[in-house]
Design a protein around this ligand. Structure first.
Ligand SMILES: CC(C)(COP(=O)(O)OP(=O)(O)OC[C@H]1O[C@@H](n2cnc3c(N)ncnc32)[C@H](O)[C@@H]1OP(=O)(O)O)[C@@H](O)C(=O)NCCC(=O)NCCS
Length: 212
């Protein structure tokens, strides 16, 4: 099965590089929405407009990795993943060989877990999530769909992270709290309490700055 990477920015390059050097997948090309098509090639591979992609790739024999960052509470990535599936393409996911996960961990579609991440026993990670390098996801943590956890974040045991939330670089999230859907937790924050939906929180201890 051929694999395409959706995106042509730095994060798409990172996903391409990790798939190339640390997976069985062979990336054949990049794809972007036609309005964003600005170059023919990226990382020495062709870039195709997604709208015309069936002309080059048979959906039944092609998987697409949607490698888009956390923009708009991760909704851009969710919208594109929905289109990829509606057009009949397959999806993939990625667990770095240098990440640590335990037996029974289930890797969901379009979820990418990078080098040095630790996913402890009884923790779950939903669909379409990005777990960046050196993130610690403690036991019994639940990360719901469409989340982005930036590098170095530490999530304490039994905490839950609501769908669409973004956890910034090196944030510390206490155990046994609930982050509501679509929250943003700023880089370096220490979050000690549960949050309200769509809130942006920052500081040590973290306080609500505004609605996202
Ligand atoms: C949370 C965040 C999105 C807020 O960005 P923003 O809306 O542009 O906010 P501003 O930079 O205007 O800051 C607003 C206030 O919050 C404070 N603040 C922002 N980030 C903060 C942080 N990480 N810790 C403590 N306070 C912070 C600012 O000092 C400012 O306070 P003031 O009004 O008293 O001056 C941003 O700070 C952040 O953490 N981004 C994530 C970075 C990251 O992890 N990147 C990884 C990329 S994958």
């Amino acid at each position: 099965m051929k694999v395409l990477v959706f995106g042509d920015g730095p994060f798409a390059s990172l996903v391409w590089y990790c798939l190339k050097h640390d997976s069985r997948h062979e990336v054949a090309a990049f794809t972007v929405e036609g309005d964003f098509l600005s170059k023919d090639r990226h990382n020495d591979l062709p870039v195709h407009a997604f709208e015309d992609i069936e002309g080059n790739f048979d959906p039944s024999k092609t998987a697409i990795a949607v490698a888009i960052g956390p923009h708009d509470n991760n909704r851009v990535r969710a919208r594109l993943l929905a289109q990829v599936k509606a057009r009949g393409f397959q999806t993939i996911s990625y667990l770095a060989s240098r990440a640590i996960a335990w037996p029974d961990f289930k890797l969901e579609e379009n979820t990418f877990i990078f080098d040095g991440a630790v996913i402890q026993p009884f923790a779950t990670i939903g669909r379409n999530c990005i777990i960046r390098s050196a993130v610690h996801v403690s036991h019994h943590v639940r990360v719901e769909d469409r989340c982005f956890v930036a590098a170095g974040a530490c999530v304490g045991g039994s905490t839950s992270i609501g769908a669409g939330s973004f956890i910034g670089l090196n944030a510390t999230i206490h155990d046994n709290i609930e982050i509501a859907p679509n929250c943003v937790i700023a880089a370096g924050s220490v979050l000690t309490r549960s949050t309200e939906p769509g809130g942006v929180y920052a500081g040590v201890p973290a306080r609500k700055l505004r609605q996202s």
